[in-house]
Design a binder for this molecule. Structure first.
Ligand code: FES
Length: 151
């Protein structure tokens, strides 16, 4: 019977493979939702790397997060085409609707707002991603309806 995958399972699989650091961090984040201090220290010990190096990698890549996140992660594209076509107004609408600022998570743990770079749909800028779903051609008035699907 397949059990719940733990950080220890992941580290056992990659033991002695410091070259697999990025893959390991991805898998841990998939399991835990974010990279906790405890996980980072465990990874460092298992790979015999300084914790500062693991932490540096975890905070360098925008796909990793070292803070707990909400059930739904909203990523707003801030690359130039989206920016020029109104990403700021979309950000304002999201912040107003959720009552949080970029980088924050709602008190009920349902939503997190994050920036991302180009998500490859510049033709329908401005665009956001909620979890794995892309929304393009956005205007601020579309935001309440989109969010209502996730509430
Ligand atoms: S710039 Fe936003 S999707 Fe490409």
């Amino acid at each position: 019977m397949a059990g719940i995958i733990t950080v220890d399972d992941i580290l056992t699989k990659y033991k002695g493979r410091p070259d697999a650091l990025i893959d390991i961090l991805h898998e841990i984040q998939d399991v835990q939702g974010f990279l906790s201090d405890t996980s980072i220290i465990k990874v460092a010990e298992a790979l015999d790397l300084p914790a500062s190096k693991v932490y540096g990698v975890a905070t360098f890549y925008s796909l990793f997060t070292v803070k707990p996140r909400g059930r739904n992660v909203i990523r707003i594209c801030e690359s130039a085409p989206c920016h020029v076509l109104g990403a700021t107004a979309i950000i304002n609408a999201l912040e107003k609707e959720l009552g949080i600022k970029m980088g924050e998570t709602t008190g009920d743990g349902k939503f997190t707002l994050e920036y991302t770079s180009c998500i490859g749909v510049c033709g329908v800028a401005p665009a956001i991603m909620i979890n794995e779903v892309v929304y393009g051609n956005l205007t601020p008035d579309k935001i309440p309806h989109i969010l209502s699907e996730y509430r």
